[in-house]
Design a protein around this ligand. Structure first.
Ligand SMILES: Nc1ncnc2c1ncn2[C@@H]1O[C@H](COP(=O)(O)OP(=O)(O)O)[C@@H](O)[C@H]1O
Ligand SMILES: [Mg+2]
Length: 265
């Protein structure tokens, strides 16, 4: 299988700080990755490089077979779907949900000037159905709950039929019902063989959808552990990543973690 992402000794320095430090990482076609790590670990920075929005200070990065630095990123970006808090903030509250999704076909936010093909309409609607929010197509983005907004953003990220889907904390800030609905939708996407290669960022193991195949644990810009998820999410690796002893369990494809008695509790 071909590499969708390849990072070799990638370092990113900002204001004298090493946000990423010597990252080596390979993602092959069809894999579904979770990036786990505490706040400030460098997860968003890593995803921004994969999205071609940031360039490393040193090291080698290839995305979808193209070497970063040697390729026109504007040709690469339509092949990548991204959701992030920063992108969400740019969506106007007055925008129709269907428009939020279908304007992604043009790689723009906002509805001005484009004329839409019927094909785009049906694809956008199909994605809303897939994310369980078809009934919201005629609502404006500003009237949605946080969970509905997250699902709208994921539909938008998938609109251009990307080869790589990057989701930065898609379940952050949701209540339990919202989280579970979204994790279920993400599990369905992960299980579907036609879905793009996916990298999802979170700092809670409870938010890992079933169907995730690989994990990378990140702390202070460095890889603590990386590989097939079953071998990577071990108590020792999680302790090294989050700085507390954790017991971890895995049931029906989902993970949970809690402080272990070893912490002296
Ligand atoms: N432009 C910048 N200059 C200096 N430090 C930054 C800059 N952007 C982010 N950081 C710092 O880099 C670290 C990693 O940030 P980030 O990738 O957002 O972490 P995460 O997504 O894992 O919470 C944080 O400590 C953050 O404060
Ligand atoms: Mg982040």
């Amino acid at each position: 299988m071909s590499d969708v992402l390849e990072f070799a000794d990638v370092t990113l320095v900002r204001s004298g700080n090493r946000l990423l430090d010597g990252i080596n990482w390979r993602v092959s076609e069809g894999e579904r990755w979770v990036i786990l790590g505490p706040n400030g670990a460098g997860k968003t920075t890593l995803l921004q490089i994969a999205a071609t929005n940031m360039h490393p200070t040193s090291g080698y990065v290839s995305v979808l077979g193209e070497v970063l630095g040697g390729v026109d990123v504007f040709e690469l970006r339509p092949r990548i779907g991204l959701t992030s808090a920063a992108l969400a903030e740019r969506i106007r509250g007055s925008e129709w949900v269907l428009d939020v999704v279908r304007t992604a076909a043009y790689g723009v936010l906002g509805t001005w000037r484009e004329s839409y093909e019927d094909l785009d309409d049906s694809r956008a609607l199909g994605l809303l159905v897939r994310l369980g929010i078809a009934h919201l197509a005629g609502r404006t983005f500003g009237t949605l709950s946080e969970g509905e907004r997250k699902r709208t953003q994921i539909a938008r990220a998938m609109m251009s039929d990307p080869e790589l889907l990057l989701l930065d904390e898609p379940t952050a800030g949701l209540d339990l019902g919202g989280r579970e609905t979204l994790v279920a939708a993400l599990s369905e996407i992960a299980a579907d063989p036609v879905s793009p290669t996916t990298v999802l960022v979170t700092h809670h193991v409870e938010e890992i959808p079933a169907g995730i195949t690989h994990a990378m644990l990140l702390r202070s810009g460095r890889v603590v552990a990386s590989g097939p998820i079953g071998q990577t999410l071990t108590p020792d690796n999680l302790a090294a990543c989050f700085g507390v002893s954790l017991d971890i369990s895995h049931q029906n494809g989902r993970w949970s973690a809690r402080a272990s008695a070893r912490n002296g509790g």
